[in-house]
Design a protein around this ligand. Structure first.
Ligand SMILES: O=P(O)(O)OC[C@H]1O[C@H](OP(=O)(O)OP(=O)(O)O)[C@H](O)[C@@H]1O
Ligand SMILES: Nc1ncnc2[nH]cnc12
Length: 156
């Protein structure tokens, strides 16, 4: 069920047949470009995380952000439809034992989130939770994950 706050969030835009026929690409960018909608997304996720991890998330120091990147994002040109993706993280960005929330715009098959969790494991960091704006439930990504993921909006 969609989070009740989702009515205040400009939703997604669908691109049929992207990157291949049969796939409806759910683009979350319209909801991030609109200032009110962007604020709503952030505050809905932050409220959830404060509820589930209170003191850890709402510390006086706030939280930082570490990027996990697709390798393709590091080169000047790449094949858009190449679904063989690789993720990378800088080795010294997290300390062993550091607690992290994995945030991705969208959960589909769960491959990306699993790969992110594997990278965190390599650095001995601990994934507290995985959160996303959108979840494509028919792809059953949540079944692949060790922790129960949280998403604001679900599409089949
Ligand atoms: O659960 P999964 O099946 O791994 O899919 C989730 C990923 O799919 C999208 O990335 P994509 O590479 O399609 O496009 P984007 O990075 O340009 O958003 C999205 O941003 C997630 O990272
Ligand atoms: N249908 C979809 N829309 C957006 N991102 C995706 N990642 C995997 N499938 C996707």
């Amino acid at each position: 069920m969609a989070h009740p706050g989702c009515s205040r969030w400009r939703r997604t835009r669908g691109f049929p047949a992207l990157p291949i026929p049969g796939v409806l690409f759910r683009d979350v960018l319209p909801g991030l470009e609109d200032p009110d909608s962007f604020r709503t997304c952030i505050s809905l996720l932050a409220n959830h995380l404060r509820k589930t991890h209170g003191a850890k998330i709402d510390s006086e120091r706030g939280v930082g952000c570490v990027l996990i990147r697709k390798r393709a994002h590091r080169v000047a040109s790449y094949t858009l439809q190449n679904r063989q993706a690789e993720l990378a993280i800088q080795k010294d960005t997290l300390e062993p034992g550091q607690e992290v929330v994995i945030v991705d715009d969208l959960l589909a098959t769960g491959g990306t989130t699993c790969a992110a969790a594997e990278l965190l494991g390599q650095l001995q960091a601990e994934a507290l939770e995985c959160v996303s704006l959108v979840e494509l439930t028919s792809l059953k990504g949540r079944e692949k994950l060790r922790a129960v993921p949280f998403s604001l909006l679900q599409y089949e």
